[in-house]
Design a binder for this molecule. Structure first.
Ligand code: HEC
Length: 482
C-alpha cells in the first residue's frame, strides 16, 4: 500500500513537471503580448519600447529609427524635453501626442530607446574622456583645460569685460557675471524668454564703445502674450553694476510663429559698427528663407540703435525687409568677423547632413532649401540639387552633421600653431573643430577636446585664451597651452 502511494506521488510529480515544461514556451509568448505579472516572464523595457515604437512610431519615423539617427533635436535635447514631445505632441510640426496611449514608464523607455540611437553613433564615438588639468596632445600643440565656471545649465553666449570678468547667458533665462574660477553673480532685469525647445536667452554682445557707455545687446526668443507665439528679438540695455537698465528692443523678427526651433540668434559687430544677427527659418523652410518679405532664414545688418544702414542691399525694394543682409539660410548659430579681412563668416545647421560655413556677402542668396548637401530627418530627399545659378556655394560643408554652434578665429600669441585657424563647436559630437583656413578656404580639419560635452560656444577672451562653453552640465573652460 505504501509503495502504491509512492508510485502515484511520483507519477503526479512527473505529470506536473512535464506540463510545466510543455506550457513554458506558451507562457513566454503570451508574456510578450500581454503584460505578465511574473518578473520571470516580463519582457525587458527595451523590448516593450521597441514593440511600442513599431506599433506607434515606425510609420512616420522609420522601422530602424532612421529619422533619429542623425538628428539635432528641434524641441530640446534633454531627456525630459524629448519625453514631453512624445507625451504632449508638437501640434505645429505634425507630431501626435501619446500621453494617453502610454504610462510614464513606457514614455521614459521610448525616450531612452530614441536617445540611445544618437548616443551610439560608432563613427564619432571617441572613447576618450576629457579631464580638466590633464595634458592633451594634438597635432600642433599640447594643452590642458581649466574650469572657469560651472553650475550652469546651457551657457549660450559669452562677452568679455575689460576687467576680465565674463558675461555668460544661460539658455534657460539667466545672465551671469563671472569672475573666472571664483564666482558667478546673477544680473537682474533680464527679459522673460520662451525657453522651451531651442529657444531661450541666447547671445550677448558688447557695444564697441562699451568701456565708455556700458551698452550690451542680448538676443532671445521673445514671447507674444497669451497665444504661444514667439520670435527672435534683440534687446539693447545698459549694464549698471549687476542690473540691466535703459532697456530697448531694437529688433524683432517677423512673423511671430508657434514653432519653437531655428531661432538663430548670434550677434556680431563689424569694423564699421554694424550689428549682424542671425535668424533661423523657424521651421518654415518653404515659406521663409527664400522670401524677402519676412525676417526668418536671414542674416540681418542693423545700426547700433536698431536703425537700418542706408547701404543695406534691399533698402528701397518694396515689400522686402530692409534689415536683410543675406538670405536662404537655415539656422545660423555661428557669426564672426574675420580678424584681418573684417568679412563676416557664418555657419549654419543643415538638415540631416549639410551643415555649412559661408562668408556672407551683401544681398546674396545661400540657397536653403533649394540647394543643400543634406536630406530630411526621415531619410527622404527634399532636393537633389547642390548647385544653382544665383545661389552661393558654402566654403565647407559637413556630412554627417556635426551640429555646429559658436565659432571664432584664433588671434593673439598664446597659440602660435593655431593662429588664424577657425574654431567651431560641435553640439552633436561633443568636440571642437579646428579648421585651417587659407585664402578663404578650409584646407585642413582637426578634432580637439573630444568628448568635452555639447559645445555651445567658443570665443577668444580679451586675455588671449580660448574659452569653450559646454552644456548639461553647463561649464565654461579655458584652453591652456603647454
Ligand atoms: C504621423 C506621423 C508621426 C508619428 C506616428 C509619430 N511622429 Fe514623432 N514626429 C512627427 C513629426 C512630423 C515630427 C516633427 C518633424 C520631425 O522632427 O521629424 C515629430 C517629432 C518627434 C520628436 C521630436 C524630435 C525633435 O527633433 O525634437 C520625437 C522625440 C518624436 N517625434 C518621437 C515619436 C515617437 C516616440 C513616436 C511614437 C510613439 C512618434 N514620434 C510618432 C511625426 C510622427
Amino acid at each position: 500500500m505504501k509503495q502504491y502511494k509512492i508510485v502515484i506521488a511520483t507519477i503526479i510529480t512527473l505529470i506536473a513537471i512535464i506540463t510545466a515544461i510543455a506550457l513554458k514556451p506558451d507562457r513566454q509568448d503570451q508574456s510578450n503580448v500581454t503584460t505578465s505579472s511574473s518578473m520571470d516572464y516580463a519582457p525587458s523595457s527595451e523590448q516593450t519600447a521597441r514593440k511600442n515604437y513599431q506599433n506607434y512610431c515606425a510609420s512616420c519615423h522609420g522601422e530602424q529609427l532612421q529619422s533619429f539617427v542623425d538628428r539635432k533635436w528641434q524641441f530640446g535635447n534633454s531627456r525630459t524635453e524629448i519625453r514631453d514631445v512624445i507625451k504632449n505632441g508638437e501640434n505645429n510640426a505634425g507630431m501626435p501626442a501619446y500621453g494617453a496611449a502610454f504610462s510614464e514608464k513606457e514614455l521614459n523607455e521610448l525616450t531612452d530607446l530614441i536617445m540611445g540611437v544618437i548616443e551610439n553613433d560608432p563613427e564619432l564615438d571617441f572613447k576618450q574622456n576629457m579631464k580638466p588639468k590633464e595634458t592633451i596632445a594634438s597635432e600642433e600643440m599640447d594643452y590642458s583645460l581649466e574650469m572657469v565656471v560651472d553650475g550652469l545649465e546651457s551657457p549660450w553666449g559669452m562677452a568679455f569685460l575689460p576687467n576680465n570678468e565674463i558675461l555668460v547667458t544661460d539658455k534657460y533665462g539667466t545672465l551671469y557675471k563671472v569672475v573666472p574660477s571664483k564666482s558667478k553673480t546673477k544680473i537682474t532685469g533680464v527679459p522673460e524668454v520662451q525657453s522651451g525647445g531651442q529657444g531661450g536667452l541666447m547671445d550677448i554682445e558688447l557695444h564697441p564703445g562699451f568701456e565708455t557707455n556700458n551698452i550690451i545687446y542680448l538676443s532671445y526668443s521673445k514671447i507674444k502674450d497669451g497665444n504661444g507665439l514667439s520670435t527672435t528679438a534683440v534687446l539693447k540695455a545698459r549694464l549698471q553694476e549687476n542690473q540691466l537698465t535703459d532697456q530697448e528692443i531694437i529688433f524683432e523678427a517677423l512673423p511671430y510663429l508657434p514653432t519653437r526651433h531655428h531661432y538663430g540668434s548670434r550677434l556680431e559687430f563689424d569694423n564699421d559698427g554694424h550689428l549682424y544677427l542671425s535668424v533661423g527659418d523657424r521651421g518654415r523652410r518653404d515659406e521663409n528663407p527664400q522670401s524677402l518679405d519676412n525676417h526668418c532664414g536671414k542674416i540681418h545688418r542693423i545700426n547700433d540703435d536698431g536703425s537700418i544702414p542706408e547701404d543695406n542691399p534691399f533698402v528701397g525694394n518694396q515689400g522686402a525687409k530692409a534689415s536683410i543682409f543675406s538670405y536662404g539660410h537655415r539656422n545660423p548659430q555661428g557669426v564672426v568677423k574675420h580678424p584681418e579681412t573684417g568679412l563676416i563668416w557664418t555657419h549654419e545647421h543643415g538638415p540631416r547632413g549639410g551643415d555649412e560655413i559661408n562668408i556672407v556677402e551683401k544681398g546674396k542668396n545661400y540657397g536653403w532649401p533649394v540647394i543643400s548637401y543634406g536630406i530630411n530627418y526621415n531619410g527622404t530627399v527634399f532636393t537633389d540639387i547642390t548647385h544653382k545659378e544665383g545661389m552661393e556655394q558654402p566654403i565647407l560643408y559637413w556630412v554627417p552633421s556635426i551640429a555646429p554652434c559658436g565659432m571664432d578665429f584664433v588671434t593673439g600669441d598664446r597659440y602660435p600653431a593655431w593662429k588664424g585657424n577657425l574654431l567651431v563647436g560641435s553640439l552633436r559630437f561633443k568636440y571642437l573643430e579646428r579648421c585651417v583656413v587659407e585664402n578663404n578656404k578650409v584646407v585642413h580639419q582637426e578634432k580637439l577636446l573630444k568628448n568635452i560635452g555639447r559645445v555651445r560656444n567658443v570665443k577668444m577672451g580679451l586675455d588671449g585664451f580660448i574659452y569653450v562653453a559646454v552644456e548639461e552640465p553647463g561649464v565654461v573652460y579655458r584652453v591652456v597651452p603647454k
